[in-house]
Design a protein around this ligand. Sequence first.
Ligand code: HEC
Length: 131
Amino acid sequence: MRKSQASSIHSSRYIATALALAIVVGPAFAASLKSIMSDMRDNTTSAKAVLANFDGASAKQVLQRYASEAQAASDMFAGQGGAKEKDLRARFKQLAAMADAASQAPQNKAAFRKAFTEVASECRSCHTAYK
Ligand code: HEC
């Protein structure tokens, strides 16, 4: 119990730090889409490790990380007028909301597998359209 609380505090700090950096660094130096994508790939590696060897605190962290990465990607397209940019923003926003909701639900292996399958299908669907 203590352990899972501590790691959830760590994740919140991670997200807060990422947000603070995004604000301080500003758009000119903000992470590129490519770097967010490779971060998502790393997180997918973590997700597979959690599926192979489940623990609830790590599952929560993986989902929170997807949520903050997707939010950061969505923010990159804020205020951009093109149809493609608007769609990318909406898709990332939707992924962020979904991962965030899943991270707040009680974690067990079946729920995590379901959430991960949904995330992966968002990755695929967007890559089919735009990558
Ligand atoms: C809303 C759209 C969208 C979603 C959702 C999305 N991607 Fe991407 N992804 C892209 C686009 C666009 C590119 C091409 C970026 C470029 O080349 O600049 C890309 C590229 C990538 C790349 C190649 C990066 C490189 O170095 O060239 C990886 C890896 C990747 N995505 C992983 C993921 C994973 C894993 C997920 C899901 C967790 C995901 N993406 C979700 C749009 C998306």
